[in-house]
Structures are given as C-alpha cells and as structure tokens.
Design a binder for this molecule. Sequence first.
Ligand code: ATP
Length: 279
Amino acid sequence: MMNYSPGPPTNDDTPFGTPPTPSAPPAVRAEDLTVVRGPRTVLRALDFTVPRGQITGLLGPSGCGKSTLMRAIVGTQAKVTGTLDVLGSPAGHPTLRTRIGYVTQAPSVYDDLTVRQNLDYFAAILAPGRAASEHRHHDVTRTIADVDLTSHADALAGNLSGGQRSRVSLAVALLGTPELLVLDEPTVGLDPVLRRDLWNLFHDIAARRGATLLISSHVMDEAERCHRLLLMREGRILADDTPDALRTRTHTDTVEAAFLHLVDEAIAADRTQEKETTR
Ligand SMILES: Nc1ncnc2c1ncn2[C@@H]1O[C@H](COP(=O)(O)OP(=O)(O)OP(=O)(O)O)[C@@H](O)[C@H]1O
C-alpha cells in the first residue's frame, strides 16, 4: 500500500468556484436519516455531517447502503425520512441541481459521440443558449484537461478503455464547477496507476476549487487517502472521523484494521442487546 497523506485541505489557489466560508453550512447534514427500499430499512437513523472543502470517504462492505445514501443526498432516492440538508437546502431542492455533480457506478456516456461531443451535449443542458457558447467551450476544454483526456478529445467514447470512460463520466460531473461532487465507487475496476492518478485529481479538485467530495469505495486502502471517513455497516454509521483518529482510537495501524475492530465491537454490542431483549 502506498504511504499517502492527504494533508490539510487548502483554498490558497482558487481559480474558479467559490471557496467555502467559515459560516457556510456543512456540505451535508443528516439527522435521523432513514431510507426504506421495498420491504427493507436500508439506512437506519443516520446522524452525521460532511464538512466542506474536504474529501470524505464513504466506506463499507457491499450492500451496506453506500449507494442508497448517495442517492438520497443527490435527491434521487424515494422514501427518505428525517432531516437531510445539502449545501444548506433540503436534499432534492431544485436549486441544488447545478451545485452538485454525481457520478453513478455505471459510466453514463454516449458511445457514438466523441469525448468532446459528450461534454458539449451535457454542457448545453447545464447552460443552454447561444450567449453561453463561449463559456461552454471553455468549461468543456477545461474539464477534458482536468481528467487528462485532452489527447482523446476527438475519440469516440465507445472506443475508450473502461478507465477512460469513467473519466469522461467524471468530466461530465465536473462541468459547471459543482460545489459538491458525489462519486459512487469511481475507481472500481481501475488499475493501480489510474487509481492513484484519479485520487490525485480528487485532491486537486478539493484543494484548488474548494469543492467537497463524497467518494464511496469498498477498497480500504483508498480510505487512507481521505480527509474524513464515514464507515458504514448494515445501514448504520460505525464511525465518522479522520483516518488518523480512527487508527489511534482502535490502536491499529491501518484503516482496514480499524474498520474490522469496529465491526467486531458492533457485532458484540448487537449480541449483548439480543441477549437482553430475549431475557
Ligand atoms: N430497489 C431495491 N429494492 C429493495 N432493496 C434494494 C433495492 N436496491 C438496493 N436494495 C438493498 O439495499 C441495500 C443497500 O444497497 P446499496 O446499493 O445502497 O449498497 P452499497 O453499499 O452501495 O453496495 P455496493 O457496494 O455493492 O454497491 C442492499 O441490501 C440492497 O439489497
């Protein structure tokens, strides 16, 4: 595993976007957040905040509710109860649409369009009209460069590798300089070099734009690259802390070991509770 320290977030060099101000509400604030999907309660009374301008990792095993939580935050999930405020407004509020970038697990690009045409299309939806054409052109060129696809700008998306297609999806989410980026397992299936490059890009976006990134993963070594972590298990939050604090608190050397320690604690607590309720 690479020894990577994210370092403190900085807003020293902010060429675009709005840096967070100390008085700004957190990027996400959840209180008693509960989500029901079909017959199952998938998220159970979650309380947490996601601070602005940092990378928060959402980590946990497959099926623990990461995607559901992200869908709730971007406003596409039904049957959400409790409080869920995003950038100071209730999740799903129409004014949030242009302030949030969301990348789902399946890259959403048109195979029969080039990289640039894909971005032109989504840019035109975000900022329609002839008056915005110069701004769109600038935004598209910048986001293609941000994801390191300038040399492939005229390639058909259908001819790109899996990692390149993921980066086109990411570029779409970066259009319009969103304040909050919600990325659902953006590095899944990528080789170690691409994963490292993408994480460097995420840090660059947080540091230069002051953007907030919420990134899910079930790869624990990626947790070490985040400023903060939300560790999930079975629809609940096991821990909400920095990687350093988690390791210290659990007397472990890695976030993975810390997570396993917390899972064991939670299982033991569940068993004790079961015994007490059946007594
Ligand atoms: N449409 C649905 N109806 C009922 N249950 C669902 C539905 N979609 C997901 N679930 C259940 O909700 C739970 C959480 O799913 P979710 O996709 O949020 O997990 P995840 O942590 O993102 O998993 P992964 O890492 O595999 O993507 C799972 O137990 C899943 O079976």
